[in-house]
Design a protein around this ligand. Sequence first.
Ligand SMILES: [Zn+2]
Ligand SMILES: [Zn+2]
Length: 401
Amino acid sequence: MTKRNSIARMTEEMTAWRRELHQNPGLAYEETYAASFVEKKLTEWGVSFKKGVATTGIVATIEGRENTSAKAIGLRGDMDALPINEKSGQPWASQKSGTMHACGHDGHTTILLAAAKYLSETRNFNGKVHLVFQPAEEGAHGADTMISEGLFRDFPCDAMYGLHNWPFLPVGKAELRAGPLLAAVDEFDITITGEGGHGAYPQSTKDPIPAGAALVSALQTIVSRNIAAVEPVVVSVTNFNAGTGATNVIPDTATLSGTVRTFSVKAQDFVEQRIRDICDNLGAAYGVKAEMTRYFRNTKATINTPKESDFAAQTLVNLLGADNVNADCDLCLGGEDFGAFLYEVPGAYIFLGQGTPDKKSPHNQTLHSPFYDFNDEILPIAVDYFAELVETAMPVVKNAA
Ligand SMILES: [Zn+2]
Ligand SMILES: [Zn+2]
């Protein structure tokens, strides 16, 4: 299923790498096994790289056979695992209890590494490729950290591309969309402070619990009454804690926390301010103090730029056929750290199908499930996609020889 035979021939080797990485997972900024694995291979192939970007991150650079285009493309693969006890039952399951590659970043690291091998051997392009091995994708800001440590200053990119394996789509299919693709993931904490007392004498207290209950309802009106129906926003209160367990005591405080998902900075700014305003006013109405103590913008929205999104879609069509590419897929309410790169440079992120007909297969389990496993069958497809992006975006001058 690849255009390049040399990539198809790497399948066995890539599969071995992927399974070795799977057995040796590392959490955010602790991806030392993967980092040394990558560094060793790059050194073996004579590819230059900078290590220690955002602790364990690596940026490798490959120059094309020609370098007159003044263009550079960034390709990104993430490396971190999750704090999950693996139950996939695969022979190559994690050897580290409580840590697991349950999002397939072992596969993403392998794809980028194999792309480095192919591109350094063939160098069939005019320009530069920067291969960004990113740590700490899972809510730990690896992308932002790499950027703040000078990623684009040291390795300027005209465009950046990335992908995620997608258990919800069959092998051989891909999805993306121009514009917003994955949500910004924010978190908030609220503390309601009243005055506790005897449960039989509420009139002598300032009860934080009815205020909290009203607050949960009021927060739901942000989406239903303050945001246009065409703008996708989710506000979920996911924790509500109050009381000591005693049935005859009204507590002093109640705490609430939750998550906000948005697809534009405008909506994000609006929701943050609206939660603050509702807290202040509702607290006053109930005679308690309701305060948003924290609003944390955890992961930026992933917003594909139109030109690069079209280019990625066309590249996928060239490789997989038009019937297998959905260039206008649904929005995904999950978050992805790749979005941070797209705030700095143009680019596109895609979902690459890895599902199989056997519904019970580990490849069909949802991301972050203890039963999940990356599907090695898609390694050559993914590497072929990265190679096609590079060779099409920065073609060598045909009659140069
Ligand atoms: Zn994940
Ligand atoms: Zn992931």
